[in-house]
Design a protein around this ligand. Structure first.
Ligand code: SAM
Length: 224
C-alpha cells in the first residue's frame, strides 16, 4: 500500500477514534507482561498500545542480556527494564518524567525485581560508567514539550533530543550496542542526518509492518 494512502488511513482513524483511545489509555492503568505486573499511571507511556515497546521486548527475549550492563534511556512504564533485569541484566533505567521514575521504583518493588532508577534528562544524571547495551524508544515528533508528560512524544521543534543524544553518546564514548526504535511516521532523513553529523549511522535490523505504520528497530553504529 502506498505510504500516502496509509498516512491518510491513519489520519482518518485518529480523527474518528483518537479521543476515545486517549480516554481508554487514561483509565487503563494496569499491564501484565510475562508475569510482571505493572501499574501505568496517566502521563506514562502505555506499552499495551505501541509496537515500539514490543520491538525492544522482542530484542531482549531474542538476545543474551544476562550479566550485561543495560541502560534503558527514557524507560516510561519500565516494562523493558524489568524484563531485562528478570533475564539477568544489570539494569539502569532513566526518565525525565518524575511520575515515570517513581512509578517504576514502585513497580520494581511490587515485582521484587532489582534495578537502578534515575530521573535524568538524557545522560545528565547517569553514572559515568559505560553500558554494554543501551535501549531507546525515543520521542520523535518535532515540537517543544509543554508539560513533562509531553516528552513521551515530542523531541523539540528542532530535534534537540536527537542532537543532544548523539553528542552525549560521543562525549561518554559509549561503545556497546545501541538500539533505537522509530516508526515510518517520523522524519527519518533528519534523524539519520543528525546521527551522520556526529559520526553515527542507523542500521535497520527489524521492521514490523502495520496497517497504519511500520515500526523499526535500528542499531546505531559508528561510521568511522
Ligand atoms: C516513547 S516513550 C518510551 C517508553 C518506554 N521506553 C517504552 O518503550 O515503553 C519515551 C520515553 O522517553 C522519555 N524521555 C523523553 N525525553 C527524555 C529525555 N530528554 N531524557 C530522559 N527521558 C526522556 C519520556 O518521558 C518517555 O517516558
Amino acid at each position: 500500500m502506498p505510504n500516502s494512502l496509509r498516512k491518510q488511513i491513519k489520519r482518518v482513524i485518529f480523527r474518528a477514534f483518537g479521543p476515545l483511545l486517549k480516554q481508554i489509555i487514561k483509565v487503563d492503568n494496569r499491564f501484565e507482561y510475562n508475569g510482571i505486573q505493572l501499574s501505568i499511571p496517566d502521563g506514562v507511556f502505555h506499552p499495551r498500545y505501541f509496537t515500539s515497546t514490543k520491538l525492544l521486548l522482542n530484542w531482549i527475549n531474542e538476545n543474551k542480556v544476562e550479566g550485561k550492563r543495560v541502560l534503558e534511556l527514557g524507560c516510561g512504564s519500565g516494562v523493558v527494564s524489568l524484563t531485562a533485569s528478570q533475564k539477568g541484566a544489570q539494569v539502569t533505567s532513566s526518565d525525565i518524567n518524575p511520575i515515570a521514575v517513581q512509578n517504576l521504583i514502585e513497580n520494581a518493588k511490587t515485582n521484587s525485581i532489582e534495578l537502578t532508577v534515575v530521573q535524568s534528562d538524557l545522560f545528565a544524571e547517569i553514572p559515568t560508567e559505560t553500558f554494554d547495551v543501551i535501549l531507546i524508544n525515543p520521542p520523535f515528533y518535532p515540537k517543544n514539550p509543554d508539560k513533562v508528560e509531553d516528552n513521551m512524544w515530542f523531541c523539540g521543534d528542532d530535534f534537540q533530543y536527537f542532537k543532544k543524544l548523539y553528542l552525549q553518546l560521543i562525549e561518554r564514548n559509549e561503545s556497546g550496542e545501541i538500539l533505537m526504535t522509530l516508526s515510518d511516521d517520523c522524519d527519518f532523513e533528519r534523524i539519520q542526518q543528525l546521527a551522520l553529523d556526529k559520526g553515527f549511522t542507523l542500521i535497520e535490523i527489524v521492521r514490523k509492518k502495520g496497517l497504519t505504520e511500520d515500526n523499526m528497530l535500528y542499531r546505531l553504529e559508528r561510521v568511522n
